[in-house]
Design a protein around this ligand. Structure first.
Ligand code: TRP
Length: 473
């Protein structure tokens, strides 16, 4: 620990300060019991008080004997799910509620802010564009510091986007597209640079896969990402396995983060245990580094103060709570965030779509016939058992997976609302609702497949080459 102690509080982690405070408290007590000279006691007390002020500044909390900062931060920020609560972390998402995770409760538990109508209206005003349907419909539902990003943007201060993906297989499903569809909209709307991290290192550490496999998945997944339509002049896609070794500035930021986060903290945030490999324990710093513009000197010309905005699914938030905690202590702005809900599994919103369960997912490689069969066979229905009952009592769109998918993909608000009302009244049958969904998904996935076919190895290489983008910083 002592090698982390600097002169000012600015260099110290909350844990360093906590330990220094605790030992200074002991010093004061010893001096008093030993009846030391008044001047010595006073000096020691002064230092103790100063440390308490520093501590409050760095952690936002009052110092409490016996309560180390990580534990305080964790119970306030990310209490592990209590009995009956939804489970949401980077590796697990589940709830017992058929309507899905209670996202309002999650906002309170994670300490983020709700994307309310006022913020949606403001995004429209500032960008001069109609809000994306994901914003209009609460699919991106939570944020951190988005108002600050808009304040700065209004004063002509630019920002950049950062998102990512862990490439664990060739098979991307529709849920994987959500952050990318939205990120593309943000890039087009605000005209800003974008970096996309492919964490092949993460998947190697967590899964039973070889490094070669992870890297190959990276290159394949990059094609699907490029097929979402990103502008090659404004987008840098990178593999951790390649870029970490090639970029001294990126690695320097990783090490800075690593020095300022303790094992206690990542244990609290991510639940790591004594038998997790040390690669996992160090990994969060690698997901943090792209939040700082100095990790990409080729794009930002060495500037370290360009604000970052991260669109991601809410399960990635633990990484960025950690990142936001360290950022000011290593002299960088905190990244802002926009969080999305999960894309439900075909079987119901109790869990998210998973690539490892073929029947729970519609893959980007599925044929029109497979899409039709999967929706008809597996999509959980909120309809009644018989046509007579359905006509009489109506269906429940809130638990109906086909209706949920339409809220993600059907652009027209009026049509969507009519489908909801007709389904709830019983005028629209489950089979008819499913047909609407199938007709929406088939052309969407077919055109994705066509765009992906156009992506050559050469295009992938261009996107993944560290280079300046079309912006001057
Ligand atoms: N950990 C993420 C995953 O497993 C990948 C990722 C890296 C990411 N950086 C990100 C996701 C930033 C969203 C935003 O998929």
């Amino acid at each position: 620990m002592t090698d982390c102690l600097g002169d000012g509080a600015g260099d110290m982690t909350p844990m360093d300060l906590y330990e220094k405070l605790t030992s200074q408290g002991d010093t004061v007590r010893t001096l008093k019991t030993e009846k030391a000279a008044k001047a010595d006691i006073d000096a020691a007390v002064q230092l103790l008080l100063k440390l308490k002020v520093d501590y409050k500044q760095v952690t936002g909390q009052d110092y409490k004997t016996g309560c180390p900062p990580s534990e305080c931060v964790v119970s306030q920020d990310n209490g592990p799910a209590a009995d009956g609560e939804d489970m949401v972390d980077p590796w697990n998402v589940s709830t017992t509620n058929a309507k899905g995770v209670d996202y309002d409760k999650l906002i309170v538990r994670f300490g983020s802010s709700k994307i309310d109508q006022e913020l949606v209206d403001r995004i429209e005003r500032v960008s001069g564009q109609k809000a994306h349907r994901f914003l209009r419909r609460g699919i991106f539902f939570s944020h951190r510091d988005m108002h600050q990003v808009l304040d700065a943007y209004e004063k002509n201060k630019s920002f950049y986007l950062y998102t990512g993906r862990g490439p664990s297989s060739d098979a991307l499903h529709m849920g994987h597209l959500i952050p990318f569809i939205f990120t593309k909209w943000l890039q087009d709307t605000f005209d800003i640079p974008l970096v996309i991290q492919l964490t092949d290192d993460e998947k190697y550490l967590w899964k039973d896969l070889s490094l070669e496999d992870c890297h190959r998945y990276t290159m394949e997944n990059a094609k699907d990402i490029i097929a979402c339509g990103f502008d090659i002049n404004k987008t840098f896609i990178f593999s951790d396995l390649d870029y970490m070794g090639a970029s001294p500035d990126f690695y320097r930021n990783v090490v800075k983060v690593q020095k300022h986060v303790t094992f206690n903290q990542v244990k609290g945030i991510f639940g790591f245990g004594d038998s997790d490999c040390i690669g996992k324990i160090a990994f969060p710093a690698i997901q943090a580094a792209p939040s700082f513009s100095s990790s990409f000197p080729q794009i930002f010309k060495g500037r370290k103060d360009v604000q970052c905005l991260i669109p991601c699914a809410i399960d990635q938030d633990p990484y960025f709570r950690m990142t936001r905690d360290v950022a000011p202590r290593i002299g960088y702005p905190k990244p802002a965030l926009l969080h999305s809900t999960f894309f439900p599994a075909l079987q119901g919103a109790q869990t998210k779509m998973s690539a490892s369960d073929a029947n729970s997912s519609i893959f980007l490689t599925d044929t029109p016939k497979q899409i039709k069969n999967k929706v008809n066979k597996h999509a959980f229905s909120g309809g009644k058992d018989t046509v007579e009952e359905h006509r009489k009592y109506g269906g429940n769109p809130d638990v109906d997976v086909s209706f949920m998918y339409l809220t993600f993909f059907l652009e027209d608000d009026e049509q969507l609302e009519k489908i909801r009302q007709d389904y709830a009244s019983g005028a629209l049958l489950t089979g008819e609702l499913k047909k609407r969904l199938i007709e929406t998904l088939q052309p969407m996935i077919t055109s994705h497949q066509e765009r992906r076919k156009q992506v050559t190895e050469e295009t992938v290489k261009q996107f993944m080459t560290p280079r300046p983008l079309n912006y001057s910083f």
